[in-house]
Design a protein around this ligand. Structure first.
Ligand code: 1BN
Ligand code: ZN
Length: 341
């Protein structure tokens, strides 16, 4: 039998059997068991697929994501719980409840916050970025970010931002599950729930990105920025019809790396069919020279009709989409762990 591969990756690149990953998988299985989730035992009928995955991996072909990595059902459940708080614009009681929900999830982790008062066209608002730090054995930090506030102008319309605000919050909560309580064999990973991403009136350079403009400035002043190797942003990644855009404001080599990761996992059809320029939370970091990439699907419904409308609801989302982006991020983190500088 001849097996053909349509990728040029070397044998062993991104190989399936990384020791650290295997123990992470075991931990994820234990987590699921203790949460009363799906059975932790691998059904006998699945074993041939595992063999196939190992074979494809050894041949450097696209391979399915490891079965026990990112838990998509759990990520969607987090989205549901976040949405259940209702509209979560900056300054609202629901926003405060969500802050406490995120912090409760991180109760055993090293957490910092960056809280300040933002001066906006609608007055002064409290803004709070939340950072969970997972130290690694190698120099350098990989930041994975997503915003948790929801659109302010739509606050009285019943708008809940299931995709825009909900999915980004949830993917980080699930990534935290992959990182809790383990020493990373690689670079440090910081999960960043950004706040005040949304404009309070009309999107301009000064009415938007309140949280990340503040944090990038702070991290530049205190020297933190120098240690950041990459800034990966996830936004609106829950759409059941997932089409992640290539963004010309992102760093080209990091976009290329994300695409390689997606291809290695067999997800490339969901990535980069379209190229656009996106203004989002990565911009303040791009402007200060940090390699950054925005994983965003701005084709939410035909012609993006659900974006910033009360139709941004749970029924439009799929756990598979969050899983795809979660696994691509994890694969990219592994790649960044191995880069030389
Ligand atoms: C993304 C999610 N953005 C706001 N919420 C940034 C953006 C605003 C992207 C307008 C496109 C248009
Ligand atoms: Zn938005």
């Amino acid at each position: 039998m001849t097996v053909r591969c349509n990728t040029s990756s070397q044998v062993g690149a991104g190989a399936f059997a990384r020791p650290a990953e295997r123990s992470a998988e075991r931990q994820a299985l234990e987590d699921r068991k203790s949460e009363g989730g799906t059975s932790s035992r691998q059904p006998a009928g699945r074993r041939p697929y595992r063999c196939l995955a190992v074979l494809l991996s050894l041949l450097g072909c696209a391979r399915p994501a490891p079965a026990q990595s990112f838990n998509a059902a759990r990520a969607l459940q987090y989205t549901r719980e976040v949405v259940a708080f209702g509209p979560r614009p900056i300054g609202s009681p629901n926003h405060k409840k969500l802050e406490n929900y995120i912090l409760a999830h991180l109760k055993n982790d090293q957490v910092e916050d960056d809280a300040f008062t933002a001066d906006t066209p609608e007055g002064k608002f409290p803004v709070r970025n939340i950072i969970a730090k997972f130290p690694g054995t190698r120099d350098g930090v990989i930041v994975i970010a997503g915003h948790y506030d929801t659109n302010y102008p739509l606050r009285n319309t019943g708008y809940v931002g299931a995709n825009d605000g909900g999915s980004s919050t949830a993917i980080l909560l699930e990534l935290a599950n992959q990182l809790h309580g383990k020493k990373r064999q690689g670079r440090s990973v910081w999960l960043l729930w950004t706040d005040g991403e949304e404009a309070v009136k009309d999107w301009t350079a000064t009415d938007s990105l309140y949280g990340t403009r503040h944090l990038a400035d702070k991290w530049q002043k205190d020297g933190t920025l120098r240690s950041i190797k990459a800034f990966l942003l996830a936004d609106m990644i829950g759409d059941a019809d997932l089409n992640v855009d290539r963004d010309t404001n992102s760093t080209p080599w990091l976009e290329d790396m994300l695409y390689r990761a997606a291809t290695q996992l067999g997800y490339q059809s969901h990535f980069f069919a379209r190229t656009i320029a996106v203004e989002d939370d990565h911009l303040p970091f791009v402007h200060l020279g940090v390699p950054s990439a925005d994983l965003i699907d701005l084709d939410y419904g035909y012609g993006n009709v659900f974006h910033h409308t009360p139709q941004d609801t749970m029924d439009k989302l799929s756990p598979k989409s969050i899983e795809i982006v979660g696994n691509v991020i994890l694969e990219t983190v592994h790649m960044l762990d191995k880069t030389s500088n």
